[in-house]
Design a binder for this molecule. Structure first.
Ligand code: NAD
Ligand code: UDP
Length: 312
């Protein structure tokens, strides 16, 4: 399939802006759409003068008319627990009405469509590591359900367009990703700990810190999405994307204290409701389909992210 024009929803966000960079570097024409709910114009200001970049300030829950689209990367949605708990209705709307609008554009233009899903659809998993065949363990009415269930709905409706409309649809389940352009106040663990450590503030570990996460550096994730977007035979595939190196949150805190040479102390705060106890992607499927695997270790990625926050 010949791909030239790419629509990226959530273009001014953390991942969306890196995706814009990647496709522009590879000479594609990128149409970025964002309403700046959780993203910032700063993330894309270096792109605005580029001939191949077009930006539309728009809320994708309203219809959007475009002349030509070959590929849609649907990434618009608050992603940090702090953000989606602050914007619960917006989160549910962008994953229902917003997703429907993106799917309709894909159908109209016969475009390839990629949905940014999440490891959160596995909830607090009872199967470890999580492979794509696991159905998850989600509280449908807890506070996090505004994100988890909304993403599950988006997956269901995207699958329906694949089954009923033969859309070239792919779902990527993204596991915790970090790196430059995350907001220092976005509430996710990596920017929180780095900002606290650099400011010599207490490091806030929620619960006893025994819960685990697996952290993927942004450049690895972008390479994986790029592969998935441009590989022809992935229609209808659901793929985990993340780094299977798994860490306890307490150990992440210690690594960040060491790497920043900080004198910050660790303090313990209450664990948010339904906070998953463990999370680690099984990436066998994506490796087999595309050969992709992450290259950046946590320690390397944390160093690069610390440099970013230091220079901000
Ligand atoms: P982010 O908050 O930095 O980016 C999301 C972007 O979407 C923001 O720029 C925001 O303004 C925009 N947006 C939100 N609602 C919109 C709307 N109605 N119309 C137009 N734009 C809208 O978050 P991120 O970390 O870059 O995440 C991007 C996507 O990846 C999200 O869909 C998220 O669920 C998914 N994801 C991210 C991670 C991660 O670790 N970063 C993990 C799993 C899934
Ligand atoms: N967390 C923490 N301190 C913080 C922020 C987060 O201990 O200041 C924990 C959080 O409870 C969770 C993990 O770190 O267990 C990852 O949280 P994050 O918000 O980054 O993403 P999640 O994986 O929960 O979506």
């Amino acid at each position: 399939m010949k791909i030239r024009n790419i629509l990226i929803s959530g273009a001014a966000g953390f991942i969306g802006s890196h995706l814009c960079d990647k496709f522009l570097e590879n000479s594609y024409h990128v149409i970025g759409v964002d309403n700046f709910l959780t993203g910032t114009p700063k993330n894309i200001e270096h792109l605005l003068e580029m001939e191949n970049f077009e930006f539309i300030h728009h809320d994708i829950t309203a219809p959007l008319e475009l002349n030509s689209v070959d590929l849609i990367l649907h990434f618009a949605c608050p992603a940090s627990p702090v953000d989606y708990l602050k914007f619960p209705l917006e989160t549910m709307k962008v994953n229902s009405v917003g997703t429907l609008n993106m799917l309709e554009i894909a159908k109209k233009h016969d475009a390839r469509y990629i949905f940014a899903s999440t490891s959160e659809i596995y909830g607090d998993p009872t199967v470890h590591p999580q492979s794509e065949s696991y159905w998850g363990n989600v509280n449908p009415i807890g506070p996090r359900s505004v994100y988890d269930e909304a993403k599950r709905f988006s997956e269901a409706i995207s699958m329906s367009y694949f089954r009923e409309q033969s859309l070239d649809m792919r779902i990527i389940r993204i596991f915790n990703t970090y790196g430059p352009r995350m907001k220092s106040n976005d509430g996710r663990v990596v920017p929180n700990f780095i900002t606290q450590a650099l400011n010599m503030e207490n490091i806030t570990v929620y619960g006893n810190g025994d819960q685990t996460r697996s952290f993927c550096y942004i450049t690895d994730l972008i390479e994986g999405i790029f592969e998935i977007a441009l590989t022809d035979n992935l229609k209808g595939e659901i793929m985990n994307l993340g780094n299977p190196e798994e860490y306890k949150i307490i150990d992440l805190a210690k690594i960040i204290i060491e790497k920043t040479s900080s004198e910050s102390q660790i303090i313990y705060k209450s664990l948010p409701e339904d906070d998953p106890k463990q999370r680690c992607p099984d990436i066998t499927k994506i490796k087999g389909l595309t050969g992709w695997q992450p290259k950046v270790s946590l320690k390397e990625g944390i160093n690069l992210t610390i440099d970013y926050f230091k220079n901000k």
